[in-house]
Design a protein around this ligand. Structure first.
Ligand code: TRP
Length: 358
């Protein structure tokens, strides 16, 4: 399925497409744009995989939807409850990188989950109507427990992870949730819970839909998927020197032991990164050079470093400015959080009412 086409078709069908193209600058977003919401769990620093797989897409969505983006620090506690200082650091890193990567507080709402108690209240109220079996059946529940065997995840909070995520989404009556395919089961249960609530009490919630867009898989420096848990990530907060060092130590096609050996670019994660970060012409030159041993792995990596720096430099620059001005960053988060809280509170007034709490 061509997901981009689906998305374009959707814009066209909803009439937003032409409107946006003709009124890009002056479009008054309050009118009738559908709401998009997404979040990142505060359990680590953001890396290139997050940039390509989420942030760049979120930046694009800012002008087409009423976008709400947040940092899920409560979610980070579900698995990281034993290490709260990491959550604080991660929250700060994510916030700065949201802004450095181009999320614009004038065009989207940026907030921090734990500052909006209404999410917790809705989570509690939804827990009354959520059958345990629904939560136990979510595939990520057992998978994550397996993956993080060193932690005790037989907790109430961890089982409720998708329920808290449901509260995050439906409290804003969000229509679309841009996420990776790994999150689809969570969206599925969100829809079921919204439906159950609407059926029991009143049509209050939208059934949210995942907004799936196809992204290239970003390999880490060891060739596996880039992930903080594999310790193979290039972080947005890495200094230029560290990025350079990481690329230089990357694995390449194992068949190319000597400079004179011919290689297969498709077997090299460095080439996978070229496909994402280098211009097309350069990609074919690199591939050809690898196949014919015309260039060495270090030459290939140098080109990648140059192209990657072109993309990262504006982000680094903005990041440095923001880090030098922590007050501004805090104000942005507070303003976004206040705005989100108003919307959340509106929903909660109806929810409390229909659940007999007034
Ligand atoms: N579970 C999401 C992830 O791991 C993070 C998240 C929490 C989220 N609440 C959300 C994503 C609401 C989208 C909407 O990436």
């Amino acid at each position: 399925m061509d997901l981009n086409l689906t998305f374009a078709t959707h814009l066209f069908l909803t009439g937003h497409y032409e409107y946006i193209n003709n009124n890009r600058k002056s479009f008054p977003k309050e009118i009738s744009l559908d709401r998009v919401l997404s979040g990142v769990q505060a359990s680590g620093r953001l890396h290139l995989g997050n940039l390509v797989g989420a942030l760049q897409n979120w930046v694009r969505l800012q002008d087409k939807y009423d976008c709400f983006y947040f940092i899920a620090d409560w979610h980070a506690l579900t698995t990281g409850y034993a290490n709260p200082s990491a959550i604080k650091e991660s929250t700060q890193d994510i916030l700065v990188n949201f802004l450095a990567a181009g999320l614009d507080p004038e065009r989207c709402t940026i907030f921090i989950q734990s500052k909006i108690f209404q999410h917790a209240e809705l989570h509690l109220l939804l827990s009354m109507i959520t059958p345990l079996g629904w939560l136990e059946r979510v595939p990520t529940y057992k998978e994550k427990q397996q993956e993080l065997k060193d932690r005790d995840l037989s907790t109430y909070g961890f089982l409720g992870y998708p329920l808290l995520q449901t509260a995050d989404i439906i409290i804003y009556r969000a229509k679309y949730v841009p996420v990776g395919v790994d999150q689809v089961p969570h969206l599925e249960i969100s829809r079921e819970i919204a439906r159950r609530f609407n059926h029991l009490y009143k049509e209050v919630f939208h059934e949210p839909e995942a907004l799936l867009t196809e992204f290239p898989k970003v390999p880490g420096i060891d060739g596996r998927k880039m992930s903080k848990s594999y310790d193979n990530a290039i972080y947005l907060s890495d200094s230029p020197r560290v990025v350079e060092q990481k690329i230089l130590t990357m694995v390449t096609d194992p068949a190319r032991k000597r400079r004179t050996d011919c290689g297969d670019p498709e077997k090299s994660p460095v080439y996978q990164l070229h496909k994402i970060f280098s211009p097309k012409e350069e990609q074919s030159e690199i591939a050809e050079g690898c196949r014919t041993a015309g260039i060495g792995c270090i030459d290939c990596k140098r080109v990648l470093i140059r192209n990657l720096f072109k993309i990262l430099e504006p982000i680094w620059e903005k990041r440095d400015e923001l880090i030098a001005n922590p007050k501004l960053v805090m104000e942005i988060a507070e303003k976004g959080t206040d705005k989100a809280r108003k919307v959340a509170e509106e929903t909660m007034q109806v929810v409390r009412d229909v659940m007999g709490l007034r």
